[in-house]
Design a binder for this molecule. Structure first.
Ligand code: BGC
Length: 706
């Protein structure tokens, strides 16, 4: 199903405006300026700037719109962009975390809240969703996406686009224009180094990495951001192949393309151009409509286009795209926002949406002997660790307009709501050499019945430029973990992070491990309600957690290889080659049993569907939320295909003793792969359909495609 943005309804009006524009005004529409302190108001008044980024508040946004609408010759309103990556004022769990909810409604709702708050800041263009498939957690930006899988990533991408472009009932127009990014292939940054070259085989690129962008486009995103990187040697911002042939000619994108920050100018650093003028020409001709802040379009396009009729036509095409989006957004009719805007932010309802997503996305990674939930039995717990009471560190990777004061820490929440008695000691910092705080741990723990250790990554460590070569907890936090585990008290570890970590030591030393992520403003409340069992953990990993950084990249959808049963199955001398926690993994406070998979047919023809079913029984005495996951394997095909690929999921709640049937119906095209000629094809033969609790499930049934 597609809900693609269509430019046609806006074209007549856009053409009418275009016909009145000077070349300088046209180029102005292709210029995005990102620094308010250097903004030249004369340029603004002459219509030389069509969009802005980093506008600090609604008053400034209105003032800028006023200049554009009332003081320029043609009165064209501005696109005002911002990175609303996990909420505006009401911070939500970081995108990778939110994705672990496997709850598309909550994800969409989060972005609707974000877009609504952004709207009241004067922002009308959101540089999100970031949907790059990423399988290398050394890359800090893995935190901004939905993980490693294209099927799930595509669903999340669509949900986020729908959320951002939620219709404002007052205007009948979207609150914001979404901008999926970073098109394309940026998630492959070599060795996790940001801004690095991305090289990948065509089958994997087209089969595993590109479908997410198409999904965002099909969901109606009105804009897209071209990425900084080279893809197989071609800088995407200057690539006609990706920006025009694939995106527009093949996929039918009719929205606008904006470059990433200064990536037009950076073509010169890739050494595919030798002057700024050449960069301007290459990027615009490739299909990059707006130049984000590099100034190269504003400086060179006018002179270049005067001499070059093809480039002149490219300018017109790009301007029409920008105008169509501005018209579709209703900016001509509604450019100003209410300046008395505090009432729109951090409302009870918005906080509830953030808490609800946080509670749904936290993942119970281990729970030995039913250590969790913590009983309200008067026992005393030592709460300790560098992130237990850290507001700023827990704002998340793109805290944007958020305020650390709005973050509820785990300490705040446990003190207020848990009803357990609590001793608190920070113990140590996230890194460094100061061990003085650890000294008191043994003494305090002696008077307690258990320990809650809150550790992980502060928000500054991940996100853009947040590459790491070692994904362990780090020396200091690991040393403290060792000390705490030697105290022989039940140890519950809460890991706060925006990316997968290699935390085998946490797993082996703790009785229970809860992954709390960077969980947004309601982090503490969500963790507390899960620790206390007021809510049941229901998140599942959208990305594999390795045992060691050296295993990376490690993901579930790998090829079988020619020696899967070879006599050295461990494949490393110094590490088990399996993940610490596989894709799709997560525990609950109860237990469930899956029946064997049954199929409605054993032989299927191309035009038919096949339905796979299981019943899932709650065998415990507590309600559980289960993410029932379906995977398929094309048993024999003309090219090697992944061992398993996710093809369906459903999050269900099951009462104690209850048994629920879950069915997934598939078309044969759901099992298509790219053949040697890179054409999507489905070949006859045996297919296996797996249904289970995570990507390691072997619960399967087979059918024959005839
Ligand atoms: C990032 C983008 C972001 C842009 C504008 C760039 O450095 O790569 O994701 O949207 O800055 O802030």
């Amino acid at each position: 199903m597609t809900n693609k943005f269509k430019a046609a309804p806006y074209m007549e009006r856009a053409n009418d405006i275009l016909s009145k524009m000077t070349l300088s005004e046209k180029v102005g529409q292709l210029v995005l300026f990102g620094s308010m302190s250097q903004l030249n108001m004369d340029d603004m008044r002459q219509g030389k700037i069509g969009s802005l980024l980093n506008v600090p508040d609604v008053k400034t946004a209105n003032a800028m719109q006023k200049i554009a609408v009332e003081e320029t010759r043609l009165g064209i309103p501005l696109l005002i962009g911002h990175d609303v990556v996990h909420g505006d004022r009401t911070l939500f769990p970081v995108p990778l975390a939110g994705s672990a909810s496997f709850d598309l409604e909550k994800i969409e709702r989060a972005e609707a809240v974000a877009a609504k708050e952004a709207y009241h800041e004067g922002i009308n263009w959101i540089y999100s969703p970031m949907i790059d498939i990423a399988r290398d957690p050394r890359w800090g930006r893995i935190a901004e996406g939905a993980g490693e899988d294209k099927f799930y990533g595509s669903k999340v991408a669509s949900a986020r686009v729908r959320g951002f472009q939620t219709i404002n009932p007052d205007t009948g127009k979207p609150y914001a224009c979404a901008c999926f990014k970073h098109y394309c292939g940026y998630g492959l940054s070599e060795a996790g180094r940001d801004y690095e070259a991305c090289d990948i085989g065509e089958r994997t690129l087209y089969g595993e990495y590109l479908p997410v962008y198409k999904a965002a486009l099909d969901a109606g995103s009105m804009s897209c951001m071209s990425s900084f990187n080279t893809l197989n040697g071609i800088p995407v911002t200057g690539s006609k192949k990706y920006l025009t042939e694939l995106l527009r000619d093949n996929w039918g994108f009719e929205g606008l393309v904006v470059s990433d920050w200064e990536s037009v100018m950076e073509l010169i650093y890739h050494r595919v151009t030798s002057s700024d003028a050449e960069s301007a020409k290459l990027a615009l001709s490739a299909g990059c409509d707006i130049d984000m802040h590099s100034g190269v379009y504003s400086e060179h396009l006018e002179a270049l286009a005067k001499e070059d009729t093809e480039l002149m036509a490219a300018v017109d095409r790009a301007v029409l795209r920008v105008l169509c989006v501005k018209i579709a957004m209703g900016l001509f009719e509604d450019p100003y926002r209410d300046e008395d805007n505090e009432k729109y932010f951090l409302t009870k309802e918005h906080r509830e949406a953030s808490r609800s997503l946080a509670e749904s996305c936290m993942v119970l990674l281990k729970n030995e002997d039913g250590t969790l939930p913590i009983k309200r039995d008067g026992k005393k717990w030592l709460l300790t660790g560098p992130l237990a009471d850290a507001r700023f560190e827990n704002m998340g990777i793109w805290g944007g307009r958020g305020n650390p004061e709005t973050i509820v820490t785990i300490k705040d929440a446990l003190e207020k709501e848990s009803g357990i008695s609590l001793e608190y000691l920070k113990g140590c910092e996230v890194e460094g050499n100061d061990r003085s705080g650890m000294k008191n741990a043994a003494r305090l723990a002696a008077g307690c019945d258990g320990i809650i250790y809150v550790c992980g990554e502060p928000c500054q460590w991940a996100g853009e430029g947040g590459g790491r070569t070692d994904l362990s907890l780090g020396a200091l936090q690991s040393e403290y973990l060792k000390l705490l585990s030697s105290l022989r008290k039940p140890l519950v570890t809460v890991v706060l992070t925006a990316r997968p970590l290699a935390i085998e030591n946490v797993h082996s030393s703790s009785r229970a491990v809860l992954l709390g992520w960077q969980g947004g403003v309601e982090l503490g409340n969500a963790v507390a309600s899960l620790l206390m069992g007021d809510k049941s953990p229901s998140g599942r990993l959208p990305v594999t957690f390795p045992r060691s950084t050296g295993q990376i990249p490690l993901y579930y959808a790998n090829l079988s290889g020619g020696r899967p049963r070879w006599k050295y199955p461990r494949r490393y001398r110094d590490c088990d080659s399996s993940p610490l926690y596989p894709f799709g993994y997560g525990l609950t406070y109860g237990s469930v049993e899956y029946s064997k998979v049954t199929l409605d047919k054993e032989r299927v023809t191309r035009g038919e569907t096949v339905t796979a079913s299981v019943s899932v029984k709650n065998t415990s005495d507590v309600k559980v939320s289960e993410v029932v996951q379906a995977y398929f394997r094309d048993v024999v095909s003309s090219v090697a295909t992944p061992e398993k690929l996710l093809c369906g999921f459903e999050k269900i709640e099951i009462e104690p003793g209850e048994e629920k049937n879950v069915s997934f119906t598939f078309e044969m095209s759901d099992f298509a792969f790219l053949n040697e000629k890179l054409e999507y094809t489905v070949e006859p033969g045996e297919f296996m359909l797996f249904i289970g609790a995570d990507s390691t499930t072997e619960n399967a049934a087979s059918f024959e495609l005839v």
